[in-house]
Design a protein around this ligand. Structure first.
Ligand code: NAD
Length: 445
């Protein structure tokens, strides 16, 4: 059938109509990291073309993953975004979630570039997103939630196929993956099975060749470190007089809760995907971990009031830690926030309009690229020591996290003060300078 004049379909686009960068660069919707990089770059006096080169990903792959799961073939789609490797191998976690998208994965990979640069470690930025709709899987297989064994079969089968496809990329250390939301040490073991190389992945399970003591706790440890340091040094409060509310009780949120409680912070509320719990006198974090490990959620924990995720953000606490999904603190919720400081355990949990509202309310936001960088710092130790049976003790890893995150905090606070910009923009601008310098030296720009 002849096409209507002037109507464009995919097949009618000529190469000249669709330069490659139009797809990957110009089509990206407005994003928090891009806005911050453009603004920070302008503050540094950089021209827009240079800023654009730092914003752009180096490489993006889309994957169709036909997984054989419990006798059925289930097709998942995945994105591998390799943002920048000027300062070291592409580094970043593997996320399994229902709402994974191309642009979210690209942005998360960009955050890894900024994060590794601001804490000054020799990695670049990458990320993987695999779109796994767990509620849909329960329906497809006629299972009843919450069945953690069933969820493990799904995630392991998905990551096993992904690891086979990506084997060469990992084995050459071009991209060194790690856990993120929906994956953990078990899935990292699937990667080492594919590559047979202990240095090809970090976040490996305890006892498996190349594992690193302290890696599992490291993200939460770093979150608790920056939170307590900020309340002590900037707000002049003692941690044992502070309260905290945490969204997310997985790897990042669970260990953040544990380490904050160890410092005497009263954890009054915790929520997860299924709901939450509140106790004004403070929750028993260890008992809650035991309960959530058994039940798959904190919801229903006895002896505490129930709480929604929305209510958590409006609590009258000192420290608010979003440590679950992105875009959790919207502009509407930002109006309700009463905390003295927001510590971003999750990646980009505060939307740009919410950031502006919090700034107007004089509530500091310790940005994700500093607050949750403890994990990648521990990963650096794991990567470097993967071929040795002599392990760096966890205490030493925690010491490195304190040193590197502490330096990043100090530099960020100083620049924020000097340039009169938000902590986020200050951290982004520090990172951009380091990435640019490496790109320049390697003739990548
Ligand atoms: P995880 O899968 O171990 O735990 C996620 C937790 O968040 C679970 O308790 C889950 O129920 C909850 N959750 C998920 N979606 C939610 C929603 N929409 N509303 C409320 N709760 C929700 O994941 P994780 O590794 O702890 O990652 C959490 C965040 O921390 C992510 O943004 C991730 O990118 C970031 N992060 C993780 C690491 C790491 O080392 N694991 C490092 C840096 C940043």
């Amino acid at each position: 059938m002849p096409k209507e004049q002037g109507t464009r379909t995919h097949s009618s686009l000529s190469a000249a109509d669709a330069p490659l960068e139009v797809v990957l660069v110009n089509r990206e919707p407005e994003s928090r990291s891009r806005l911050a990089m453009e603004s920070a770059g302008a503050h540094l006096g950089w021209d827009p073309d240079t800023i654009a080169e730092l914003v752009s990903p180096q490489e993006v792959r889309l994957l169709r993953l036909p997984c054989r799961i419990l006798g059925k073939v289930i097709v998942f789609w995945g994105v591998v975004a390799l943002h920048n490797n000027a300062r070291g191998p592409f580094k970043g976690g593997i996320r399994l979630a229902a709402d994974v998208s191309l642009w979210e994965t690209v942005e998360l990979s960009r955050l890894m570039t900024l994060k590794t640069a601001v804490v000054n470690i020799e990695f670049g930025g990458g990320k993987t997103g695999i779109r796994v709709d767990m509620p849909g899987m329960y329906r497809k297989f006629g299972r009843t939630p919450i069945d953690l064994d069933f969820e493990k079969i799904i995630s392991l089968d998905a990551v096993e196929l992904y690891a086979q496809i990506m084997r060469e990329t990992f084995a050459s250390h071009y991209y060194v993956p790690a856990p993120d939301m929906g994956t953990g040490p078990d899935e990292m073991a699937a990667i080492i099975n594919a590559t047979q190389d202990p240095a090809s992945v970090t976040g490996k399970p305890e006892g498996i060749i190349g594992w690193q003591p302290g890696r599992r706790e490291s993200t939460g440890y770093g979150v608790s470190f920056v939170a307590t340091r900020y309340v002590q040094e900037v707000l002049d409060l003692r941690p044992n007089r502070c309260t905290a509310a945490i969204q997310g009780f997985g790897n990042a949120g669970g260990y953040a809760a544990r380490f904050l409680a160890e410092q005497g912070v009263r954890i009054v509320a915790i929520t997860d995907l299924y709901g939450g719990v509140y106790h004004q006198k403070g929750l028993d974090v260890e008992a809650l971990i035991a309960y959530a490990t058994e039940q798959g959620t904190v919801r229903g924990y006895p002896g505490a009031d129930t709480l929604t995720n929305e209510q958590l953000f409006g609590l009258d606490v000192d420290i608010l830690v979003p440590a679950a999904a992105g875009n959790a603190i919207t502009d509407t919720l930002a109006h309700t926030v009463r905390a003295k400081v927001v510590v971003e355990g999750a990646n980009m949990p505060t939307t740009p309009p919410a950031m502006r509202i919090l700034a107007d309310k004089n509530i500091a936001v310790i940005p994700d690229i500093v607050a949750n960088a403890g994990g990648v710092v521990a990963s650096m130790e794991e990567y470097a020591r993967s071929l040795s049976a002599a392990k760096t003790p966890s205490e030493q890893v925690f010491g490195t996290i304190r040193e590197l995150l502490g330096d990043a905090m100090d530099a960020t606070l100083e620049r924020s003060h000097d340039m009169k910009v938000s902590l986020y923009e200050a951290a982004v601008s520090l990172a951009m300078e380091r990435v640019y310098d490496a790109m320049k030296r390697r003739r990548m720009i």
